[in-house]
Design a protein around this ligand. Structure first.
Ligand SMILES: [Zn+2]
Length: 344
């Protein structure tokens, strides 16, 4: 039986053998996993045992941000071969679903997503995955970057949903890993400038190292004036709400410009009452983001082209044998950590 990092129940991890379905279908590839990123959702299942309606009821392998090398291909697979370096998209829809037909397979109610109960994740040395959700990595894209495609895909989806126009000025609320991904995707998508806000200065310092990203600490007395000054008082064309904090969500209408858009990326734990009239008075367009669909190829192209550099956001790499330590480190939520990764 294969080894895996198993979440036994809330608060209890084990590196142990577990019985996994490793049968290779004609349209599948078998992949030797090389790098897996530790995601906020993995950590949340570890600390809380559930996310919304998804509850860990039996032992589950964690991990969904993965890159590796193809070691075996199914008989019907033509676009990949043994030895290819790849990354994998963790959500597999029902190919016959109405959502899949419409191209919005991320919102297919039947989607099977790695490390979302009861589906096992990829923190195990080998995985079997549908070839059409497995993407070859160009030679100049590392395994570490390949494993970053998954969180960056959320930034890509936010950029798509925003319908960015060249030269737009964006505000990103929240400089966590996803806020950073959204900021970089917004720039790659044509924004001339991205203002990003948070209370944690180390996070702002990190993302502020990128050109045309303006970090503003919300703890500063004049934070609101500084945000408004970045657009000459008109407001931001786009506000990407990535904090999930009620206070920030309620403030978003203040920062968006007339005719602008608010893109809701962060997920508040509790319902947030919205001031509808403040949105109507500016005819604000509201968009929401749930995972991503059809963005992996473009994300990989942007990374390979050098237009998006995710390497500075990989904070530390742990060996698979130290997976539990990696998760306990993630639980600490050090403000200097963006992405922790595990390698095999
Ligand atoms: Zn993730």
């Amino acid at each position: 039986m294969p080894q895996a990092l198993v979440l036994e129940e809330k608060g209890k991890l084990a590196l142990r053998e577990i019985d996994l379905d490793t049968a290779l279908g004609p349209h599948d590839v078998r992949i030797a996993v090389h790098t897996v990123g530790v995601c906020g959702s993995d950590v949340h299942y570890y600390t809380h045992g559930k996310i919304g309606p998804f509850v860990v009821k039996e032992p589950m392998v964690l991990g969904h941000e993965a890159a590796g090398t193809v070691v075996e291909v199914g008989t019907a697979v033509s676009h990949l071969q043994k030895g290819d370096r790849v990354c994998m998209e963790p959500g597999i829809p029902d190919p016959n679903s109405r959502a899949a037909k419409l191209g919005i397979y991320n919102v297919d109610p039947a989607v099977r997503f790695w490390a979302t109960p009861p589906i096992h994740g990829c923190l195990t040395p080998e995985v079997v995955h549908p070839a059409k959700f497995t993407y070859a990595l160009p030679d100049n894209v590392t395994f570490g970057e390949g494993a970053m495609v998954e969180p960056f895909a959320i930034g890509m989806q936010a950029a798509f949903r925003a319908k960015i126009k060249p030269g737009d000025v964006a505000l990103v609320q929240g400089a966590g890993p996803i806020g950073m991904m959204v900021a970089l995707a917004a720039l790659a998508g044509g924004c001339s400038k991205v203002v990003i806000t948070d209370f944690a200065q180390p996070k702002l310092d990190l993302i502020g190292q990128y050109d045309t990203i303006v970090p503003i600490n919300l703890g500063d007395d004049n934070a609101v004036e500084r945000i408004e000054a970045e657009t000459g008082g008109w407001g931001c064309d786009l506000v990407f709400e990535c904090s999930g904090a009620a206070q920030a969500i309620l403030q978003a209408p203040q920062f968006v410009c007339p005719g602008g858009a608010i893109v809701l990326v962060g997920m508040p734990v509790e319902p947030v009452p919205m001031d509808i009239v403040s949105l109507q008075a500016k005819e604000v367009r509201l968009e929401t983001v749930f995972r991503y669909a059809n963005v992996y190829d473009r994300a990989i192209n942007l990374i390979a082209s050098g237009k998006v550099d995710l390497k500075p956001l990989i904070s530390e790499t742990f060996a698979f044998s130290d997976s539990i330590a990696a998760f306990d480190r993630a639980v600490e939520q050090r403000p200097t950590d963006v992405k922790l990764q595990i390698t095999f």
